[in-house]
Design a protein around this ligand. Sequence first.
Ligand code: 0GY
Length: 293
Amino acid sequence: MTGDRIISWHASPSVPRFRPPPGAVDAHCHVFGPMAPFPFSAKAKYLPQDAGPDMLFALRDRLGFARNVIVQASCHGTDNSATLDAIAKSGGKARGVAVVDPAISDKELEALHEGGMRGVRFNFLKRLVDDAPKDKFLDVATRVKALGWHVVVYFEADILEELRPFLDAIPTPLVIDHMGRPDVAQGADGPDMRAFRALLDSRDDIWTKVTCPDRLDAKGPPWDDFATAVAPLVEDYPERVLWGTDWPHPNMQDAVPDDGALVDMIPRIARTPELQRKLLVDNPMRLYWNEAS
Ligand code: 0GY
């Protein structure tokens, strides 16, 4: 990968008007580098500027959050060192989701667990990864089950049907990134949301991140289509939703979202204090800070 390193995050995000409840978790964010100690993968599809743990924790505090779940970004490939470094520097306030080479040993998986990882991510976006071997992913899923982990899957709505047999075979709890990227302009009852609800209804251990209005709502801020399409989902699956900033917003350099405005979307999709507490505190704590895991 060559070319200029990109900046995909807002230089001075606003302080949100909405104050998250105490103990709120930003359950989908990343770190990029820093590159000197943690070089990007030779297979990276984008080359970002450094966005390391200090910046992430400063944003966490500015937005009024208490914890982070740091998802290994594709630009770091299967070397989880940068994510583990950020978790270690968090003083117990971060956990992680790893991306692994399917040939990883059980011992290496245990070391990732020790380092704070609680899930593994399988990415099916062709613009982000070269291949997504389902049979090998299933083998990994079976092995991480023993650690009490879950599987995070990232895909776009047009391949949901094709992925169903694979998703159905995963033996751990499943977390779907960004609701499988529905077209939110179709509304809460459009074909994409209906297909996604059918997936959620097929098992009671499938969770989703109600994230990324900036990626999913083509009309842009104030992201009304996103609010309309997503609020009913939060109401119908209150125990199985997670929320995150997605900072530093990989690949969003042409339309960097204001993280404060993203936080101000929360009361538009989780419309009561009880729903907000489940979304931001109870659910992510159950998945990532469960003492039994
Ligand atoms: C996201 C979305 C994207 C990127 C990555 O790992 C990544 O690079 O996840 C994307 O470009 O859609 O969830 O961060």
